[in-house]
Ligand binder design. Structure first.
Ligand SMILES: [Zn+2]
Length: 741
């Protein structure tokens, strides 16, 4: 287990640290800082001063000299000693590494580059902030990352104007985003791959109809107890902050990429110009297909012009790169004459890949040579692909394009290593680590650990923190360029962010149990950290479709909690959800920082929702038991029916007062809801109405669940258990690429 010393260790965990004589006393007033003149850089000095200030300390720079004392001396490039140079050259990424020496007379940071030095400052400030009695123990730290790019994908917009309007961090203004950038620097994360799906969150004068301005949203008004239609404009359109934010991040060594659809949910264009969408044949319509991925017909010159203008506009805002996502769900391809002539001879997925390559080539023509271009593609089944097909597509893909998706643990990591061999390790920035992104399909509940499930059910669920970590470790072992963790939600999801930070920096310092302990302590301190760890280790994660036998199964979590065994399991969940809520109330009664309070409040909300869903499922099971054992007893059955409906967040009871954007949306012509509970309630009502009478009649048109996003993944029903049982051979170091990349 993790050594539980009084001192909370530095996070992410350090590579090498050895004690040295004496200890350094923090200055009583202003800190005296020196930066070697060879590389003195004004913006870097400002960043360091601001970091000191954020910790409550004033710091002033004085000219570098070896005679006078300094509290912190920063030396880069030619100022390094031979020994320091040698220590740094042995690390995986010398350019981001540092040597930090703490002695009685002051601290010294030696690094090859400014960014390496900045990471040294980040570590030193953590040590200083945690110093007992104002003393930092003498020590020598040699530290640096395992992986060059440690990327997190947060959301700026997500299906905005399609299935959703915006929630959580998507509603942040520029100042709030800067606080998050500070979080990234302090955790040594060095790139964000910011999702922009749906109406654009920035001004686009050529296509003003495609931006996220004045969209109608139904939001709940607690005072009057009614839904209100309000109009929503993205904060960046009210007070533009993106370009300034990117500059702010770049000054801290953090790149900002735009993560957008290659040809799906690309701005509001498909909503405003439905005639430009990919065309369905009558035959396909009859077969029940809809254009639910909102792809456009790329044979139309208007569409090409629009997509190219969008890409140029995004680069103009200052983004350091663009990462394109090819939709993985295509079952048919545009049936218009031009598309059929160009691609009709290919199966739909191959046609889609060809269009992706064609579009990427066009984008390359208009983008600056130093703008990173990435792609997430070839993600559809079959999960295990023929070497010849992968090789073919690797040859088609322009060399400049980097891979922001490679397989997860499928086939015991063999599929991942196959991709590394074919595409090259230098080109791979990411795997299928979607633990936090997956929360969208769970109505914003984070699925952290499979441990909360009974042994026999764990096999089904695999998009969780543990698998993300195993993928990060595998990527580091395989020598990949980067890792990319999903951080689609902030509130209550900080552990996902922390996992990317830890396993990109130091992928084998902490095993999974040690990580949970260390990250919880890092987030909440020694005492409350252990309380938080208890909560995340026991808080259940139930998908709402699991308490309803009639609804289609959610492919990641297909087992239903119906019947006696299901009820017993739900009772256990209820116990842990209630315990978590009580522990969180205790945490919330204490002095917490802003981030700690946000996390605890969001987790309390999750515990409340898990209580509600457990109670509803238990009451429904009790209803079924009464109907079976004593069908004449209408009163008892009605009692459990009422209990189930009351508990089941009828009319969005809990979510509507806590989330801005909770009601189903109609913009695309299909009502799509973020939350499954209305469907569950409706199925319950159908059953109650047929047994007990019309007073339980279902609504005529319940909101659709987010079927467009996750329910078509039926292939997961077959592959889910296999993936869940897959061995992380790359993480274990038992399977590595064939050749040097
Ligand atoms: Zn077409």
């Amino acid at each position: 287990m993790f050594p539980l010393t009084d001192q909370t260790p530095v996070f992410p965990a350090l590579k090498y640290s050895s004690p040295d004589e004496g200890s350094f006393r923090l200055p009583s007033s202003e800190w005296k800082l020196m930066l070697s003149t060879a590389t003195a850089n004004l913006s870097m000095q400002q960043v360091i001063t601001q970091e000191f200030k954020a910790h409550g300390w004033n710091a002033a720079w004085t000219d570098y000299d070896n005679e006078n004392a300094a509290d912190l001396r920063i030396v880069t490039a030619e100022g390094l000693s031979l020994e320091e140079n040698e220590k740094l050259s042995r690390l995986a990424v010398p350019g981001q590494s540092y040597v930090l020496t703490v002695r009685e007379e002051g601290a010294r940071i030696a690094a090859l580059t400014e960014i390496g030095a900045l990471y040294g400052v980040v570590t030193f400030l953590q040590l200083a902030a945690k110093a007992a009695n104002g003393l930092v123990a003498g020590q020598v730290i040699v530290d640096g990352p395992d992986v060059e790019k440690r990327v997190i994908s947060p959301t700026l917009t997500w299906y905005a104007g399609y299935a959703r309007a915006g929630f959580g961090m998507q509603l942040w203004n520029g100042e709030r985003w800067k606080e998050f950038i500070d979080w990234c620097l302090r955790h040594k994360v060095n790139a964000l791959n910011v999702v922009m799906y749906g109406f654009w969150p920035f001004e686009f004068p050529e296509y003003p109809e495609t931006v996220l301005k004045q969209l109608p949203v139904q939001t709940w008004n607690e005072e009057t107890g009614q839904w209100m239609e309000v109009s929503f404009t993205h904060p960046n359109l009210l007070e533009p902050f993106l370009s300034d934010l990117i500059r702010y991040a770049n000054e801290r060594g953090i790149d900002i990429y735009a993560y957008i659809g290659l040809n799906s949910y690309s701005g509001g264009y498909a909503v405003r110009h439905p005639e430009m969408r990919a065309v369905l044949s009558e035959e396909l319509k009859q077969a029940g297909h809809v254009n639910n991925y909102d792809s456009l017909c790329t044979s139309k010159p208007e569409v090409r012009n629009y997509l190219i203008a969008s890409v140029k506009r995004i680069e103009e805002l200052g983004f350091n790169g663009l990462v394109f996502e090819e939709s993985e769900e295509v079952q048919w391809f545009c049936q218009c004459e031009d598309c059929q002539r160009a691609y009709g001879h290919l199966p739909p997925n191959e046609a889609k890949h060809q269009v992706s390559v064609d579009l990427l080539k066009e984008y390359i023509k208009v983008l600056n040579p130093d703008t990173l271009i990435g792609v997430r593609w070839l993600r559809e089944p079959p999960i295990v692909k023929e070497v010849s097909r992968l090789t073919y597509w690797a040859e088609q893909l322009p060399e400049r394009v980097q891979l922001f998706w490679t397989p997860g643990l499928e086939d015991d990591d063999r599929e991942f290593i196959k991709w590394v061999n074919i595409f090259g390790r230098e080109r791979i920035y990411s795997r299928n680590c979607e633990g936090s992104g997956f929360a969208a399909s769970l109505g914003r509940i984070p699925y952290l650990l499979p441990d909360t499930f009974p042994e026999e059910l764990r096999n089904y669920a695999f998009q969780h923190l543990r698998n993300d970590i195993a993928q990060f470790q595998g990527a580091a072992n395989a020598g990949c360029k980067g890792i990319n963790g999903y951080g689609f939600e902030w509130y209550g999801h900080e552990l996902y962010f922390a996992a990317t930070a830890q396993y990109g920096w130091n992928s084998h310092a902490l095993d999974q149990e040690e990580f949970l302990t260390a990250a919880s302590r890092h987030m909440f301190g020694k005492e409350l950290g252990s309380v938080y760890e208890r909560i995340i280790r026991t808080l259940p994660c139930i998908h709402e479709t699991q308490i309803c036998a009639e609804l289609p199964s959610f492919p990641f979590m297909p087992n239903k909690y119906i019947g006696q065994e299901g009820r017993l399991y739900l009772e256990r969940c209820l116990y842990y959800a209630e315990e978590a809520a009580a522990l969180l109330e205790y945490m919330l009664s204490r002095d917490l920082t802003k981030f700690q309070r946000e996390c605890a409040q969001a987790t309390f909300l999750m515990a409340s929702r898990m209580q509600a869903v457990s109670q509803a499922g238990i009451a429904y099971n009790q209803y079924l038991e009464v109907r079976e054992t004593n069908p004449q007893d209408r009163a008892t059955a009605a009692h459990f029916a009422d209990l189930a409906l009351a508990a089941a967040e009828e009319d969005y009871r809990i979510i509507k007062i806590n989330y801005f954007d909770s009601k189903e949306h109609q913009w695309t012509g299909v009502a799509i809801g973020e939350y499954y509970i209305p469907m569950v309630i409706n199925e319950y009502r159908k059953r109650f109405a047929s047994d007990l009478g019309e007073e339980y009649a279902p609504r005529k048109e319940p909101a659709y669940i987010v079927g467009g996003e996750s329910l078509p993944w039926e292939w997961l029903l077959e592959w889910g258990p296999k993936i869940a049982a897959a061995k992380p051979l790359a993480a274990l170091g038992q399977l590595l690429p064939d050749r040097e990349g």
